[in-house]
Design a protein around this ligand. Structure first.
Ligand code: HXC
Length: 261
């Protein structure tokens, strides 16, 4: 598949998706959104891919938001559809079985913060900046900023960020729970790749189960979610990876997971 606005590579089970419009700080226009949809569908279908890293091209930005030039011409109906299309990409990222790590290398504003929040966790460069500045454009976040952000950081921080449009640094983003870990800029991608490789070596039945249970159990009543966990725990025992993992432990050797269901 040829993409014009993203770079895509797969090595050793790890796919790297790089949003590639550095002249406009990787702003998301409808073409980027459509290509992200295509690439995450391709990732979902590709058995070679076990883990994904999402990042931005250039030194300055992960994604500085939706493309304001493109949005400035939208009718209300087009804007609604654009919002739904980007929301659907974020839901696809959550729904695919493969973990997605955000490597935030610079500005992650508006749709950039929202894309990062749809990843399973976020690694950030010391230079990264986060925020929901849509309020300064007379609009609101449209890809999860009013919904995923409060689930991640609590309602009070989500309201402060969405109401003020303030841009915060990586340290504060880590303090409030947007970012897991911060690295010097040159160490960001090596760290994301190292963690991706660690996860890629695990059993795929269990990595999928962890992602699904945490994503979809989180909003269920606890008793329902715990029952779902127990069912899924039981299903793991039908996989060759469970037999291999436990046999390897008992034989005092590293496991070699096949990822078969
Ligand atoms: C279109 C953008 C852009 C954007 C930057 N550019 N962000 N173009 N859409 N979101 C362009 C600039 O116009 C400029 O183009 C070039 O990228 C470099 O940006 P500068 O502003 O010159 O850089 P700098 O002074 O360093 O400022 C960086 C910045 C600023 C603070 C990130 O660019 C900025 O505030 N950008 C907008 C951020 C924003 O409001 N994001 C939210 C968008 S709404 P030229 O041609 O002049 O070189 C949104 C909604 C999501 O995301 C939901 C949708 C459904």
């Amino acid at each position: 598949m040829a993409y014009e606005t993203i770079l895509y590579e797969v090595a050793d089970g790890v796919a790297t998706v790089t949003i590639n419009r550095p002249k406009v700080l990787n702003a998301l226009n409808p073409q980027v959104v459509s290509e992200l949809d295509q690439v995450f569908r391709a990732i979902d279908a590709d058995p070679e891919v076990k883990v994904v890293i999402l990042t931005g091209a250039g030194e300055k930005a992960f994604v500085a938001g939706a493309d304001i030039a493109a949005m400035s011409k939208m009718t209300p109906g087009q804007a609604r559809n654009f919002s739904r299309q980007l929301q659907k990409v974020t839901q696809l990222m959550e729904e695919i079985a493969k973990p997605v790590i955000a490597a935030v290398n610079g500005f992650a504003l508006g749709g950039g913060t929202e894309l990062a929040l749809a990843c399973d966790f976020v690694y950030a460069s010391e230079k990264a900046k986060f925020g929901q500045p849509e309020i300064n454009l007379g609009i609101i976040p449209g890809a999860g900023g009013t919904q995923r952000l409060p689930r991640q950081v609590g309602k009070a921080w989500a309201k402060e960020l969405c109401l003020t449009g303030e841009i915060i640094d990586a340290a504060l983003a880590k303090e409030i729970g947007i970012v897991n870990r911060i690295f010097p800029p040159e160490e960001l991608m090596p760290a994301a790749k190292k963690t991706a490789a660690t996860i890629a070596a695990k059993g795929r039945v269990s990595t999928r189960a962890v992602k699904e249970l945490i994503n979809f159990g989180y909003d269920l009543p606890l008793d329902h979610a715990l029952r779902l966990e127990a069912e899924t725990f039981g299903q793991c025992f039908a996989s060759p990876d469970q037999a291999e993992g436990m046999t390897a432990f008992l034989e005092k050797r590293p496991p070699k997971f096949t990822g078969e269901a």
